[in-house]
Write a protein that binds this ligand. Structure first.
Ligand code: THU
Length: 160
């Protein structure tokens, strides 16, 4: 007999002005990073900013390519840049922003980025809080990257 399961997570929706000064500064850095994106094909400029456990911040943005799949999203640019410099860093918070997009919807990371953020969360063994900002100042906050990807694949399957 089929069993019914439920997977739920909590997120908060707020205005950027309601964030703590640190979180707000991180969103601002993501907005600044978006202004340096290389997105001549999509014209969709995304910025990401990470707060690391030593208090430093790292920014990234999307980098596109005429061979479209060669492009990379803002989240992974920032993440891989940070971890290539500091392989033992813990990412405490990631902020993602799309300052030029119409509408009030916060950016929603793609599936590959969700997978990459989840891997880092597992690697560091602590939660990575996620702040997703819209161009008009709406923000979604999730407590952990894993909340972005239910029923996910991770390294535990490889050990089975
Ligand atoms: N993009 C990101 O950088 N992050 C997201 O969360 C969504 C999508 C980029 C990839 C591509 O350069 C452009 O936005 C359009 O998909």
């Amino acid at each position: 007999m089929a069993e019914q399961h439920q997977h739920s997570f909590t997120y908060r929706r707020m205005r950027v002005e309601e964030l703590s000064p640190t979180d707000r500064a991180l969103v601002e850095r993501a907005i600044t990073a978006a202004s340096r994106a290389y997105a001549p094909y999509s014209h969709f400029h995304v910025g990401a900013a990470l707060l690391l456990d030593d208090g430093s911040t790292v920014e990234g943005n999307n980098q596109e390519n005429a061979s479209f799949p060669a492009g990379i999203c803002a989240e992974r640019t920032a993440l891989h840049y940070a971890l290539s410099e500091r392989p033992h860093a813990r990412v405490e918070v990631i902020a993602v922003a799309v300052p030029q997009v119409k509408g009030d919807a916060p950016v929603s990371p793609c599936g590959i980025c969700r997978q990459a953020l989840l891997e880092q969360e597992n690697r560091q063994g602590s939660a990575m809080r996620v702040l997703l900002a819209s161009s008009t100042g709406s923000v979604l906050e999730l407590a952990r990257a894993a909340d972005l990807l239910p029923l996910h694949f991770d390294a535990s399957f490889l050990k089975a």
